[in-house]
Design a protein around this ligand. Sequence first.
Ligand SMILES: [Zn+2]
Length: 327
Amino acid sequence: MSPDAIRALPKAELHVHLEGTVDSNTVLDLAARHDVEPPAATAAAIDKWYRFDGFPMFLDRYFTVLGLLRDPDDFALIAERYLRRSHDDGVVHVEFHVSACGHIVENGRAWAPIHDGIVRGCAAAAAKTGISWGLIPDISPHLPADACRTAIGEVLAHSTEHLVAIGMGGPADTWSTDDFSPIYADAASVGIPGVAHAGEHGGPEEVRFALEHFSPVRIQHGIGAAQDIALLDELADLGIPCDVCPGSNVALAAVPDMASHPLPLMLERGVTVTLGSDDPPMFQTTLLDEYRTAAELCGLDDEGLRTLAENSLRASLAPDVVKNRWG
Ligand SMILES: [Zn+2]
């Protein structure tokens, strides 16, 4: 399929972190806006700074960017910029993961102005392009579960109109020592489902743990499940989609190289896969790049690519009234 035809496919992006969409020029804009030293002096140097030797280095950069997001206007700016770029790539719907616990617990910020800024930016992009969107405030599992529960309580106490799910970021090191499941129960009690990162760097046991404890309606990554065929078949039978980001997986060394990526096996076993870009400028990727990569890696023909795009529309958590608009 030609790049233009991939662009023209109506598709949703279900695995992208709002704070991970901040490109190098926007890093410079935010630093200038707050009169602080940017992490590097030029856009090219920041692009270089956005190259990682693994997950800890990525998290270090990611939290530096989080520290530049201070005012509602900052959140409005990055949300609007990403939705407009997405629209240009043929995306009709975006579900943004938002590092709610990072902002609230780690950086001591209030949720309401952050939320309202994001909503303002998304609404501005939607008014110009017709794109739809939803928010997935997420838990940062390196923080204590009690503090995250209080933070998500603050999130749920504010407007839930645009929340399509509660999420869980990575990594999973503390899942067995700290109990995050009550946070999912809190969200479920007000009708908000859960999704969870699982099986990114970890194996099938991590995906099983997430399924048992968080009852996610989708898994982000889930590639670790491919080490256990029975689990892949279970995901297929349960109809739980995996939002897979091959470019991210290679950039963060979750797989040794693209040729080793388990996406072909996941598709072969009938798992519903959607493609995401995760943190696109940080991984020098775009959603269109991910479609091209998947086509090459799995030998997908036009029908195969169309299926991935349709999966993303079906697996989205947009209300039916919005889904019907996509035709
Ligand atoms: Zn992610």
